[in-house]
Design a protein around this ligand. Sequence first.
Ligand SMILES: NC(=O)c1ccc[n+]([C@@H]2O[C@H](COP(=O)([O-])OP(=O)(O)OC[C@H]3O[C@@H](n4cnc5c(N)ncnc54)[C@H](OP(=O)(O)O)[C@@H]3O)[C@@H](O)[C@H]2O)c1
Length: 363
Amino acid sequence: MKAIVLQPIAPGKPGEIFYPLQTITTPTPTAGPGEAVVRIVAASLNHRDLFQRRGLYPGTAPSIPLLADGYGVVVTPTSKFYQKAVIINPARGWASDPRGPEIGGSGGAGGFAILGGTKHYRSGTLQEFVAISEEELVKAPGHLSPEEAAALPLCGLTAWRAVASKAQVAAGENVLIPGIGGGVALMALLFAVKRGAKVWVTSSSKEKIEKAVALGAEGGVLYTGAAWEKELAALLPKDRPWLDAVVDGAGGDVVNKVTRIMRDGGRVVSYGMTLGPKMPFTMGAVLKNLELLGSTMGSRQEFFEMVEFVAEKRLRPVISRVVKGLDEQQLESLWEDMEKGRQFGKLVIRVAEDAEAEERGRL
Ligand SMILES: NC(=O)c1ccc[n+]([C@@H]2O[C@H](COP(=O)([O-])OP(=O)(O)OC[C@H]3O[C@@H](n4cnc5c(N)ncnc54)[C@H](OP(=O)(O)O)[C@@H]3O)[C@@H](O)[C@H]2O)c1
């Protein structure tokens, strides 16, 4: 079968290196104990996949199939999911502890690890078949297309933990989601809106703000403006002129920017730092009793909760662009979109044309 990996090249400085993509032919996996083989129908990119190509992601290992997100059909006759359309939990080794992966790896063999391109979990979804522990599979919600189902796992899980478990966003609250063009940010928007919050956004583009409004956001401002926080303050409702929570993946000076417009004891959830691996927490934020909450992907339990919420509310992840097949040039164009910040939502690969799988997904 075919798989896409990073080409092993001479190591360079993190951030300066850019690993080329490489297509390899590798034996089709067989199911080990407790595993099922999934025929991948669609896969999708996350920001980590760009960090990996630049050598900025811990444990990156060339020659391991890339990507964490996948949707497909189980082809192992002995599996309880046989011929079912499934979504793959993008990580393993974290069962249910709300604080973080269980100490000692009790959430699964070998401790917490994320699928795709690393030495810690030597597999990924950018290949034609993948063997996965059945524990990490969930039946795909029937209302999602294969592309939407593949777009859901990592961003959905990260956004769910940030919005539901960490920020605990409640009805009527004002929530800021910076950088709304991002995959996680858009899922966070969908979740927060469905929980009844008023969502405000920032973006590099007016068009993206308009699209976010069409998805349920109240409004937004361009983060490219020097005083965007003042513009945002002017938009907040008169009867609730503060932010209750911020769900952020960009980092930078976000805490400093929002402190004055947050309520006392407001929550700032940080699920990523696209702008660089440090962000200041200020004395002003301390005096405002702000809570800074670090947040990662999530446990298997949160993954199942998230998929259930998506199925119940019939939410659809936003797709930016889809390419067909494991064609290196086409794939390269997706990484370019992400590098240049052109995307609004998820960048997806339709790995296999499988009309039968689509039918089965709707069983
Ligand atoms: N800890 C975890 O487990 C975990 C899980 C998932 C993601 N993450 C991290 O979360 C971040 C986002 O991931 P993703 O996959 O959603 O990325 P993505 O789809 O590539 O989106 C990145 C977004 O960042 C926004 N952005 C860029 N510069 C910004 C700035 N100065 N201020 C505000 N926003 C800015 C852009 O928004 P516009 O397009 O609107 O301009 C862009 O769309 C990454 O750093 C990723 O590594 C962490």
